[in-house]
Design a protein around this ligand. Sequence first.
Ligand code: FAD
Length: 429
Amino acid sequence: MKTWNIAVIGAGAAGLCAARHIASRGNMKPVIFEKAHTVGGVWCYTDKTDKDEYGLKIHPAMYKNLRTNLPKEVMEFPDFPFRSEYPSFMTHELLSEYLSSYSKHFELDKYIKFGCLVRNVKPNTLEDTSSWEVTVEDLRKKSTYTTTFDAVFVCNGHYATPLHPNFVNQGYFKGNVIHSHSYRTPEQYSGKKVLIVGCKSSGQDISLDIAKHAESVIISHRTSLVTCPLPENVNQRPPIATFKEDGRTICFADGSEAEFDDIVNCTGYLYDFPFLDEDCDIKVDDGRICHLYKHIINPSHPSLMFIGVCGVICPFPQFHFQVLYSLAALDGSLKLPSKAAMMNDIENDYQERLRNGIPHRKSHVMGAAQWAYNDMLADAISEPRLHPRVEKLYNDVHDTRTANLCRYREHEARLLDTGMYELHRSPGD
Ligand code: FAD
């Protein structure tokens, strides 16, 4: 029987999940390359915001006061529950601890090469069944080497390369401007007038964190208004129209204007695969990775897998299904269609999304579609589906959050006799 040597890029949640399932197969062996010196990826908080000790861009976008916006009952891997004493909405420290215990429990540390940056991934031939040359820089030893693998799992995360906005006359602004990737603590905003650009999860959470210290916070965004009560010093405005020459005044699309000391751009991230050689035949086109069958598999080289590229999902459960699906495709228990049929499937999925009003730049955003997608992956490989209580709780949390953005994390999930979850206020609230 063939033994598969499989390279895994990154030891965040996706890479650990990939390695855990690769290692559980008798005929497969993972080697995880991780540029940092710990597992956990984005969940490893650091005060640093710019470069690490090797001069590389800091990876985690984690900030000090972050608590998860999903409860542990929906976040957990289906085969590795969070400890029961953890609260439903956890600190990043608990997440980091969880991922370290996952790695220890499944004995993954022995497969991880820490301090190893993947520089290049290249197929050995342009045929669809190919082996891979993976070139790695050992950051401590300052040496580079190349190893051949049978397959590659790309698990490098997609919250590390900020998408910076481009507003008319933004160069006039004389205050401090950062991207949420570099946001760490709110204290430096004491007494300041702060503009937050963007109102997705990060924009909302960072606004509330900063509002505890700032004189005022304005969230400028183009999405529908947050209608639940917000702190008195937090207000909303439409998108920025322009900046004024005085270096402080910003004009908004409704004709209003205000002065600011600081701006935090919560404007999202870009997919970035700087290590993929041109021969991999993968391109990022404005938020769309071209091309990935089922948002995972490269049709030109079906042994190049991407885990975790989708957005607005319960990440860990989805990683679980994507990894199992990928392994079934590799070992042949799942028969992949021809390249032409895979490309056709990708195009149909893309066109259907466009017809449903999902813009091109959100080609991998799932939202409500994630449950059917997870089920489709599970069914294709005869794995048990995710329990429906996960979807129910995810939706209940969404509603609770919409109704009370400031206090939804004070809830705890409770398991009912029916097997479903119910949200209730934490004792003492
Ligand atoms: P990452 O955690 O980013 O891991 C990627 C790893 O790859 C990193 O360790 C990195 O060092 C390594 N790497 C990258 N490039 C290379 C290379 N060339 N060579 C070697 N190593 C490399 N999810 C939730 O479920 N609930 C939440 O509440 C939640 N909150 C979040 C808050 C923030 C601020 C952010 C940024 C994300 C949040 N997420 C949340 C989503 C989170 O990204 C996922 O939960 C998940 O941890 C992503 O795992 P990953 O392995 O895909 O990526």
